[in-house]
Write a protein that binds this ligand. Structure first.
Ligand SMILES: [Fe+2]
Ligand SMILES: [Fe+2]
Length: 133
């Protein structure tokens, strides 16, 4: 499993949101680090809860910004965030119940979703931020 790396081309021209994206990548990397070779550290449940908490905070702040800039695809964007939280919460429940078999699938989902969402749906609102600025 490869680590996530935040690069300048993912910037949405908003330092707060960019830093939150970096933090989400870091938390995901901690998770990957804690689950090497099918062996997960006992810390994984805690890391996963931290990630879920942080993702919720980030989505809330991002959606607030999108509302402020009157982003036309806000509703669609919120739906993506809700789906992600729902899915990660399900994985989190399984992991906390000792179902370690889902970890690999969860990390694959998490990394794919974060990379795709940050590099496409989130980058899409960058133009609107620049229009307002
Ligand atoms: Fe985001
Ligand atoms: Fe987003």
């Amino acid at each position: 499993m490869s680590f996530l790396q935040w690069t300048e081309d993912l910037s949405v021209d908003n330092i707060v949101i960019d830093n939150q994206h970096r933090e989400l990548f870091d938390l995901t990397n901690n998770l990957i680090h804690e689950c090497k070779d099918d062996k997960c550290s006992p810390l994984i449940g805690e890391t996963l809860s931290d990630l879920l908490k942080y993702a919720k905070k980030h989505f809330k702040e991002e959606e607030k910004l999108l509302r402020e800039i009157k982003y036309p695809k806000l509703e669609e964007h919120e739906k993506m965030h809700i789906d992600f939280i729902f899915k990660i919460a399900m994985f989190c429940k399984d992991v906390l119940n000792g179902k370690s078999s889902v970890v690999e699938e969860m990390i694959a989902y998490l990394t794919d979703w974060l990379i795709n969402h940050t590099s496409s749906a989130d980058l899409d609102f960058k133009n609107y931020i620049n229009q307002v600025a």
